[in-house]
Design a protein around this ligand. Structure first.
Ligand code: GLN
Length: 200
């Protein structure tokens, strides 16, 4: 049976992630309700606007089901706004910002925006075999603190820190500051599929 992997489809670049997952050969489906969530064995939380996605998570009664699923080890890939939603702590967020706390990290919203709004650069990613990924950053967050159980997968040099963290993994939760779904590089989505199918 093919795995069914969901994309949280409340706001943001949902279609690009669905296409990526389909290209990986799995059944890709939109998640908008707790019932949708219960029917998937992996999840993507897309880029978009974390405050808007968070508000819609609450409106759709998804906050507790998402927390419970993630605590239970549901494999998840969060990109950009998705990274913010997966963090335990958010800097420069709104006071009512939703934090699903799947990854023990502190992220700063719109962190690169203080330097340049959007840019693209080649980033080596330790967990991915092959060449560096082309990382597309759009009003992206970065990670300012990680807990002891968090593996740093990628860093970039910024004016603030030569090793600014932009990709992490804790257990079955992977998060990137950038947007792999906006390139042709499926390696992050393949990693999610492997976490689902092969329990890696
Ligand atoms: N700046 C957005 C936020 O705070 C994230 C941007 C993105 O996902 N491209 O949610």
């Amino acid at each position: 049976m093919t795995a069914r992997i969901g994309v949280l489809a409340l706001q943001g670049d949902v279609r690009e992630h669905l296409r990526m997952l389909e290209d990986c050969g799995v059944q890709a489906t939109k998640v908008r309700t707790p019932a949708d969530l219960a029917a998937v064995s992996g999840l993507v939380i897309p880029g978009g606007e974390s405050t808007t996605i968070g508000m819609l998570i609450r409106r759709n009664d998804l906050e507790e089901p998402l927390r419970a699923a993630l605590r239970g080890g549901l494999p998840v890939l969060g990109t950009c706004a998705g990274m913010i939603l997966l963090a335990r702590e958010v800097l420069d967020g709104r006071p009512d910002q939703v934090s699903l706390a799947a990854i023990d990290m502190t992220v700063r919203r719109n962190a690169f925006g203080r330097q340049v709004d959007s840019f693209e650069t080649a980033v080596p990613v330790s967990a991915l075999a092959g060449p560096p990924v082309t990382a597309v950053f759009i009003r992206a967050p970065w990670v300012e603190r990680v807990g002891p159980d968090v593996e740093v997968l990628a860093t970039v040099e910024t004016q603030d820190d030569p090793d600014t963290i932009v990709a992490v993994r804790q257990g079955k939760a992977v998060a990137t500051s950038f947007h792999p779904e906006m390139t042709d590089d499926r390696r992050f989505h393949t990693l999610l599929v492997s976490m689902v199918l092969e329990d890696v």
